[in-house]
Design a protein around this ligand. Structure first.
Ligand code: A4P
Ligand code: MG
Length: 185
């Protein structure tokens, strides 16, 4: 039996019913064997970074989990969950129904195209680090050797880049602004 590790997963959506995609993702991750969600961040609406002009705003969140699964195995499971939400990969950084990134997996370090962990751009992005700091502010980045809260403090705040839109949101009976279900094209 392999060791239990602490993982961080980022969730993003900017196409269709974004809230429903993220709720379904949390439910599907929760249903995975050998994965236990320990904390889910608040929900944030964020301005798109990179990609084509005029893509819609994202909803972003992050979760912490413990698992005995390997990084490759967990990422494969995340890709199956993305596929179930009919994610279409067309343009890099373009609109997507669901994007699940494996940010950290214990002390695992790999730089393959298929498996880059820690995720190479997470420490440059407030839409990743703000939710991460809800669930794991003290976690040490395995490559940079600094806590997530320090990495976030280094990033400039750009006006309007990120707004908290719900604190409890991932269960279907959590009450949130119905506008979050609006269909984003
Ligand atoms: N891959 C390798 N390692 C990982 C990992 N740790 N987690 C591979 C997830 N995937 C990993 O990913 C491209 C390839 O990376 C896949 O083959 C996967 O096996 P993708 O999800 O198909 O493509 P992508 O997400 O468009 O590319 P990339 O480079 O992962 O983009 P990012 O860095 O995820 O950025 N703006 C806001 N506001 N909010 C967002 O969520 N997201 C992006 C995507 C851009 N701008 C954004 C947001
Ligand atoms: Mg991605």
């Amino acid at each position: 039996m392999s060791n239990t590790v602490h993982s961080l997963i980022a969730l993003g959506s900017n196409l269709g019913d974004r809230l429903e995609h993220l709720r379904a993702a949390v439910g599907a991750i929760d249903a995975l064997d050998h994965v236990e969600i320990t904390a889910v961040s608040a929900l944030y609406e964020t301005a798109p970074v990179g990609g084509p002009d005029q893509q819609g705003p994202y909803l972003n969140a992050a979760l912490a989990a413990t698992t005995t699964r390997s990084a490759a195995d967990l990422l494969a499971a995340l890709h199956r969950i993305e596929a179930d939400r009919a994610r279409v990969r067309r343009i890099r950084w373009g609109p997507r129904t669901l994007d699940l990134d494996l940010l950290v997996h214990g002390s695992h370090i790999s730089n393959d195209d298929d498996l880059s962990v820690p995720h190479p751009r997470q420490h440059e992005r407030r839409f990743v680090l703000v939710p991460v700091c809800d669930v794991a502010p003290d976690m040490i980045h395995p490559v940079l050797g600094r806590p997530m809260s320090d990495l976030l403090a280094d990033l400039p705040v750009i006006d309007g880049d990120l707004t908290a839109v719900a604190h409890q949101w991932h269960r279907h009976d959590d009450e949130v602004d119905s506008r979050l279900h609006d269909d984003i094209a």
